[in-house]
Ligand binder design. Sequence first.
Ligand code: SF4
Ligand code: SF4
Length: 466
Amino acid sequence: MVTSEAKPEKTPQEILRSAIELCADCDTCRFLMEEDCAFFPELYRLWDQETETGIPISEAELRRLAELCTLCGLCPCPRIPMDVMEAKSRYIDKEGLPVTTRLLTDVPRLARLCGTFPRLINALQSSRTVDPLLRKAAGLHPERQLPAFPEESFFQWAEKKGLTSPRQGSRNVAYFAGCTAGYLFPQIGRAVVEVLERNGVTVHVPPQQCCGMPQLVEGDRQGALKRAEANMTTLLASVQAGDDLVSSCPTCGFFMKALLKERAYYSEAYQKSVNAGADELKVPDPNKSGNAHRVLKKMMYGNILKDDGYFSSLDPMARIGVAEHLFDVGEYLARLHAEGRLDTRFSAIPGRMAYFAPCHLREQKMGRPYLELLKLIPGLTVELVGDTECCGMGGNFGFKADFHEQSLAVGRPLLEKIRKRDPQAIVTDCMSCRLQFGQSLPYPVFHPLEILARAYQSGDPNSGLS
Ligand code: SF4
Ligand code: SF4
């Protein structure tokens, strides 16, 4: 499926310089992203320093700047963070990927290690002598709590339940659990199955790897492309078998629905598939549903609108195929509700929760389906909190000793807003946010699917929110 090798021509420093100059000239994100991102404040600090002193931004400063973007997607120009990712991958091409980064981004491998040597891992983690040494070697901050690997992963549970073989019902989905629900929080995967089955949906869990986002953010281009390609193959096989694709992780969804298809519509293969004329460039019209296109003059735009981005070595039609058939589970359930087919016989859950819609969900431009779904539960008050903020965790970013302070600084405004609401529990669909909230706030944190599954459980209508 890989159709060509990406051949870097610019150096990472040149790519970053271009981004800095563009953003310095525009200046919009100096104030817009002042609190919600660690990258832009540093970009403008470096630029102002260079302008005032005449001393150029150093290579080391550029290298560190690249590490500050977590690809949260909040800034207005998607090309800027993707350029930063391109620069990171070109650094890694030259420097090689540190062993610790390779291990920390490979959650399936970590889960296998923990499953094989659970006592050893627990002993290492709880040892006052060994744990600090391990953290130092891995570049982890001493105060950051590490998630535990449960004894049974969601994938093991799904296999026992017979969900890993293709199944046929009247409505079928292939569920992409991702690493967080798959290995770290299997209760979320089980809740997804429970809620979908309650609504007459047959769930299949196809073979899957990490979506590739952690590798992308760490600059491991080959690792990201390899995983994306493997997932595209199995997910498209499910689509061809008639399944819809669903994901419960907003980061996996952002990666597969938004990033993967970036620029794929400009490819020759896509243009051919929509019968574009020789002088035309047809692109989907974002303001119209269905197959509506905007037709652009190829002579004017052909040199700019090309499939030449990060994923251009992967089959563009496969990238579009996955992106267009994948739904967030919340989006899928909201669609069932709109069609009058959602089972709304929820038991009451008396209580007051704060719901945070994470950055990667917001960037999928689907509204806030979980907010509407949770409001269907009798007795439950759900308040939306932090409409524009970021939790600051940024995947592995918040774990790193070098960036712990920035992670907390970015998350602070949101954490303060939640504290002011003083809810009984927090609900969010992002597991990075869950880890940040769990460490910094005194409230239990749930995925919305866990709450919906609980509300479907009969016989315990007043189970509360402990
Ligand atoms: S990301 Fe876009 S809007 Fe923001 S400063 Fe850079 S060019 Fe301007
Ligand atoms: S993607 Fe997020 S972290 Fe990266 S520059 Fe944009 S707002 Fe900042």
